[in-house]
Design a protein. Structure first.
Lengths: 154, 731
C-alpha cells in the first residue's frame, strides 16, 4: 500500500507494508543510506533519526508511526541551525574513526542541544549513552558536543 | 603461529615494484608502480581508470590514490600525506581517491597487522619524490638550466637564481614524457622541513561521513540489485536437513529462496538458506517465516564449559610440547626462594564491527564484480574463484569504506556468499548479515588458558619463568590466531624460561582480532608480572624497570618479534611521570600499570580506577607510545591510541563469546556489551620519539590496556582478576 512520508521536509509516496521499519524505508526504498543499520533492536543507536524533533531508533519505528510526522535524517539535519552547528563541530574536532555510527551520534547530539543548549557532562552521558561507537570515539564526541554548544573551542 | 600477523617481516610486494611514469588520458602526469617483467605498456596501463598513485592534471588538480582499505585506522589520509609531502604540493588542494584493487600497480593492498606505515613509509615517499624530480627535470628542460639549481615550493618548481617559477600544472605534460628516475638517486626531504607529515591533518572522509554520504559497503547500490539474507546453521558448518521454502516465498517481495549445501571449511561457503527479495526487509521477513531443521554435526557437543574443563585437565598433565626453553626452568623453580603460580584465562571474543558483514556482487557471463568492505581482498578473490570455479582475473573487486575492521574483514566469507547468491539468482545482489548473524558467525579471538610460574631468588630477582599455554589445535598445528610466539617478554630477560603448549581440537571459526594474540597475552603476562612484583615486595613500575634491565635488543635486529628493553623503559618512565605514579590515593582508588610490545610498537599504560560496591569506574588513563622517529598524522595517531585503550577497557569489563551445544549464545549488544560514552575515561596520549623507523598504530596500544585495568583494580581493592571478562567478579 502507498503511504505518504515526509522526510527532511519532502513528501514521498512509499509503497510498503505499514509495519516496515522506517530504517529500511529510508535506506532501500528512498535510497537515503546515511542512516545506518547496526543492531535492529534499538541497542546501538546507529539508526537514530528525528520524529518531530525527537530522537528515535528507526530500526524499531514502523512506517505507519512515522507517516504522520516530520522525519529528519542525517541528510537533512544540516537545514536546522543546531544540526548544522553539530555537524561543523564534528568536522572541526574530527570525531570519526570508521565513522559508521556517527550519523546516529550527530542526530542524538542535535536533539540533546535542542533540549539543553549548554549540556553538562551528566546530560551528555544521559543523552548519548544509547549510541554505541565500536571505535570508541567518545572523547571527541563529548568534545564536539561542547564545541557545538560554545563551551569549548573545537 | 600466525606469522603474517605477529611475526611479520615485510616481504611486501611493493618492495619488488619499480616506479614509472606516464601520460594521463587527457594530459598531465601519472605516477605508478609497476612489476618488472609484466610488460604492460605504460599507456595501456595508465589510460583507464585511476590506476596510479598520483595524477597531476593540466588544470592543476592533484589527485593521490589511497591504495589500502580504510577501516577507521586513518590510512586513507596518512599514506597520501607521505606522497604529498615529497611531491611538495599544497595539502589543502589535494584530492584523495580510494584506488582500484590491482596488485600489479599498487602492490600489497591489505589492512592488517599495523603494517601499512612500516611497509609504505619509504615507497610512498619515493612515489612523491619521483614526481617532484620529474617536474624539476621538466622545468630544467624548459628553462635550459641544470636541474640541481632548481627547487620546489608547494605546487611550483622555482628557479631562485633566474627569478622564475612554473606551476606543476604547466609542467605536468612535459614531465610525463620523461623517464622516471632511478629511486636510488632520489633524495628524500629532511624531516625538519616537513610541511604535511607530522602536522595534524583531518581524516579525508570526515566531511562526507558527517553529511551521511554513501561510503560503506552497506551503502552500495547497483542497478537491478536485489537484497539477500543468509540463514546459516547455529552450529558451525552444519547443513540443512529439512526446510519448507514455501512460507518464505509467500512473503510479498520475496523473489527467491533456496538451500545452499555448502562445504566444511569454516572460512568458505557454508550451508544454509538464502532468501532474496526486492528489499532487505522483505528478505528478512521471508527468512523469519522459515522453519529449518539442521543436520547433526560432530561439533554440536562442544562448549565453553567443556573447553575450560579440558584446559584444567591439560594443565594437570605434562605439556604436549615445548616451544622454547632457555636454561633449566624446572631446576630453577625447584631451587627458588619463592615461587609465584597463577592461572590466567580469557574467553572467545568477537569483532562486532558496527557495520555488519555485507557484500554486493554481480555475476554475469562467468565473470563477477564485487563491492566489498574488505581488509584483504586478494584472499577473497582466490576464495571466490575456487568456490565458483572461475578464473581469478574474471573477478573485479572494488573497495568500499569499512564500518570497522578490527581484523574481521581479513576473512572473506561474506564475499564468497554474495558472489554465490548472485550467480544462483542471476542478478546483482546485496547480501547483508543481521547483527545476530554477525555475532554468531564471526572468526573469534580464540579463548586461552595459561598456567604461569615464576621463581624469585632471595634478592627478589626473577630466576625462572614458565608458561604452560593451553590453546586450540591438533598436533603441531594451532587453529588460526591461536598460536603464541615464544619471544614474549620476559623472554631473554630471565635466565631460565619455558613456553610449553598443550592443545585441544576446536570446531569454532577463529581469526585475528585487533592486536591478535597480544590482546590476550598483554593481559596474561602483564597481569602476572604485577603479581610477581608484589610477591617480590616491590613497586610495580620499579619492578618492571629492574626486569627490563640495561637497554639492549633481545632477538635479531629488524625482526618483528625482537624487543628493545630501552624503548620499553622509555615509555614506562614516561607514563609513570605523566600519570604521577606513586602519588597517594584515597581508599578504593588505585593506579595500575602495564607495558607491552606488539606490532613493532612499545606502549605503556597507566589507569586510575575507583571501585565501589562491586562497580569499577576508570577515572583516567595515560598512554606512552614509541612507534619510532615520526608520527605521520598526529591527529589520527591520537585517535588510534585513545580508541585502542578504550577498546581494551570495553573488552575487559564485559565481553565474552560463549559456546553452548556447538553454537554461540550471545546474539546482539544486549549480551555482548560495547563500551559506552559514560564509561569512557579521558585517555591522555604521549608519544616518545626515538630514532627508529616509523611503525603502525592500529593495534599496539590495545594490549597493555586490559592489564593496566586489572592491575589498578588490584591496587584499589586487593582483588586479583585472572579471568576475563571482569563481569561480576567484583560483586
Amino acid at each position: 500500500m502507498t503511504v505518504k512520508l515526509t522526510v527532511n521536509s519532502q513528501v514521498h509516496d512509499v509503497d510498503a507494508e505499514p509495519d516496515t521499519p522506517l530504517l529500511w524505508v529510508l535506506r532501500d526504498l528512498l535510497g537515503m543510506v546515511g542512516t545506518k543499520y547496526g543492531c535492529g533492536v534499538a541497542q546501538c543507536g546507529a539508526c537514530t533519526v528525528h520524529l518531530d524533533g525527537t530522537p528515535v531508533r528507526s530500526c524499531v519505528t514502523s512506517l505507519s508511526r512515522a507517516a504522520s510526522r516530520q522525519v529528519t535524517t542525517i541528510e537533512g539535519v544540516g537545514a536546522d541551525p543546531v544540526g548544522a552547528r553539530v555537524q561543523e563541530a564534528w568536522k572541526a574536532v574530527d570525531v570519526p574513526q570508521c565513522g559508521y555510527c556517527q550519523a546516529g551520534q550527530i542526530m542524538s547530539a542535535t536533539a540533546l542541544l535542542h533540549a539543553a543548549p549548554r549540556p553538562t557532562d551528566e546530560e551528555i552521558d544521559a543523552a548519548m549513552n544509547g549510541n554505541l561507537c565500536r571505535c570508541a570515539t567518545y572523547l571527541r564526541i563529548r568534545k564536539a558536543i561542547k564545541a557545538a554548544s560554545g563551551q569549548v573551542e573545537a | 603461529m600466525d606469522a603474517r600477523m605477529i611475526d611479520r617481516v615485510p616481504t611486501d610486494l611493493s618492495r619488488r615494484l619499480f616506479l614509472r611514469a606516464g601520460a594521463a588520458a587527457g594530459g598531465g602526469l601519472l605516477l605508478s608502480f609497476g612489476l618488472p617483467g609484466l610488460g604492460r605498456a605504460a599507456d595501456e596501463t595508465l589510460g583507464g581508470p585511476f590506476e596510479a598513485f598520483v595524477r597531476i592534471a593540466p588544470d592543476g588538480l592533484v589527485t593521490i590514490a589511497a591504495k589500502r582499505p580504510e577501516i577507521g585506522q586513518g590510512i586513507k589520509t596518512s599514506m597520501p600525506m607521505l606522497i604529498a609531502e615529497e611531491l611538495d604540493v599544497d595539502w589543502a588542494k589535494v584530492r584523495i581517491e580510494q584506488s582500484p584493487i590491482d596488485a600489479k600497480v599498487f602492490g600489497e593492498q591489505s589492512a592488517g597487522g599495523s603494517t601499512s606505515t612500516p611497509d609504505d613509509w619509504e615507497p610512498m615517499r619515493q612515489v612523491g619524490a619521483t614526481g617532484r624530480a620529474m617536474l624539476i627535470a621538466a622545468a630544467a628542460q624548459r628553462w635550459k638550466v641544470p636541474a640541481v639549481g632548481l627547487t620546489t615550493e608547494p605546487g611550483f618548481v622555482v628557479d631562485r637564481a633566474g627569478g622564475r617559477r612554473a606551476s606543476y600544472a604547466e609542467l605536468a605534460q612535459a614531465a610525463a614524457a620523461l623517464p622516471a628516475p632511478d629511486p636510488k638517486t632520489l633524495v628524500l626531504k629532511d624531516p625538519k622541513t616537513y610541511r604535511i607529515i607530522g602536522k595534524a591533518q583531518r581524516q579525508s572522509d570526515t566531511p562526507a561521513i558527517v553529511e551521511g554520504k554513501p561510503l560503506y559497503g552497506i551503502d552500495v547500490r547497483v542497478p537491478g540489485m536485489l537484497y539477500a539474507t543468509f540463514l546459516k546453521a547455529p552450529v558451525f558448518a552444519a547443513k540443512v536437513a529439512k526446510v519448507d521454502l514455501a512460507p518464505a516465498k509467500a512473503v510479498k517481495g520475496v523473489r527467491h529462496a533456496f538451500v545452499v549445501d555448502g562445504g566444511s571449511e569454516l572460512e568458505g561457503l557454508l550451508g544454509g538458506v538464502v532468501v532474496v527479495a526486492d528489499t532487505w526487509w522483505a528478505a528478512r521477513k521471508g527468512r523469519n517465516a522459515l522453519e529449518v531443521t539442521w543436520a547433526e554435526h560432530p561439533t554440536s557437543a562442544q562448549g565453553s564449559a567443556s573447553f575450560a574443563a579440558k584446559a584444567a585437565e591439560l594443565h594437570g598433565q605434562p605439556p604436549h610440547r615445548n616451544v622454547r626453553t632457555v636454561g633449566d626452568p624446572k631446576a630453577a623453580l625447584a631451587g627458588a626462594a619463592k615461587v609465584v603460580q597463577a592461572d590466567y584465562s580469557y574467553p572467545f571474543n568477537a569483532h562486532a564491527t558496527l557495520e555488519p558483514q555485507n557484500c554486493t556482487a554481480s555475476f554475469k557471463d562467468g565473470k563477477v564484480e564485487i563491492w566489498a568492505p574488505a581488509q584483504n581482498p586478494e584472499d577473497g578473490r582466490e576464495l571466490v574463484a575456487k568456490t565458483l570455479g572461475i578464473k581469478p582475473e574474471d573477478i573485479t573487486i572494488h573497495f568500499t569504506r569499512s564500518g570497522g575492521g578490527f581484523g574481521r574483514r581479513l576473512m572473506n566469507d561474506f564475499m564468497v556468499e554474495a558472489a554465490w547468491i548472485s550467480k544462483v539468482v542471476g542478478a546483482p545482489v546485496k547480501l547483508l548479515w543481521t547483527r545476530e548473524d554477525d555475532m554468531q558467525h564471526d572468526f573469534y579471538r580464540p579463548a586461552g588458558w595459561h598456567r604461569l610460574s615464576a621463581g624469585l631468588d632471595a634478592k627478589g630477582e626473577v630466576v625462572a619463568w614458565r608458561n604452560h599455554f593451553v590453546s586450540f589445535g591438533e598436533g603441531e598445528r594451532f587453529v588460526r590466531a591461536a598460536g603464541m610466539n615464544a619471544t614474549q617478554f620476559p623472554y631473554g630477560a630471565v635466565p631460565n624460561y619455558a613456553l610449553d603448549v598443550s592443545v585441544m581440537p576446536l570446531g569454532v571459526p577463529t581469526g585475528w582480532l585487533r592486536a591478535p594474540g597480544n590482546n590476550a597475552y598483554g593481559f596474561v603476562l602483564q597481569g602476572f608480572t604485577d603479581e610477581v612484583a608484589h610477591a617480590a615486595g616491590e613497586d610495580p613500575v620499579a619492578f618492571r624497570r629492574r626486569l627490563l634491565g640495561e637497554p639492549r635488543l633481545i632477538g635479531e635486529p629488524g625482526k618483528g618479534d625482537s624487543f628493545h628493553t630501552g624503548r620499553m623503559r622509555g615509555v614506562l618512565d614516561l607514563v609513570a611521570e605523566k600519570s604521577g605514579w606513586g602519588r597517594a590515593l584515597p581508599k578504593g582508588v588505585g593506579l595500575g600499570v602495564a607495558c607491552h610490545y606488539s606490532h613493532r610498537g612499545y606502549v605503556a599504560v597507566v589507569m586510575e580506577v575507583a571501585v565501589s560496591e562491586g562497580q569499577v569506574k576508570v577515572r583516567k588513563a595515560w598512554a606512552a607510545v614509541d612507534v619510532g622517529s615520526q608520527i605521520v598524522n598526529p591527529n589520527g595517531a591520537e585517535q588510534q591510541v585513545q580508541g585502542s585503550v578504550l577498546d581494551g577497557i570495553g573488552s575487559t569489563l564485559g565481553q565474552a563469546i560463549t559456546i553452548e551445544n556447538g553454537a554461540v549464545t550471545q546474539s546482539n549488544f544486549g549480551d555482548f556489551p560495547l563500551l559506552r560514552l559514560a564509561d569512557a575515561p579521558e585517555v591522555e596520549v604521549h608519544f616518545r620519539i626515538t630514532d627508529n623507523p616509523p611503525t603502525g598504530l592500529g593495534e599496539p596500544a590495545l594490549p597493555p590496556s586490559p592489564a593496566a585495568l586489572v592491575n589498578a583494580i588490584f591496587a584499589a581493592t586487593g582483588k586479583r582478576i585472572r579471568s576475563l571478562p571482569i563481569g561480576d567478579q567484583l560483586a
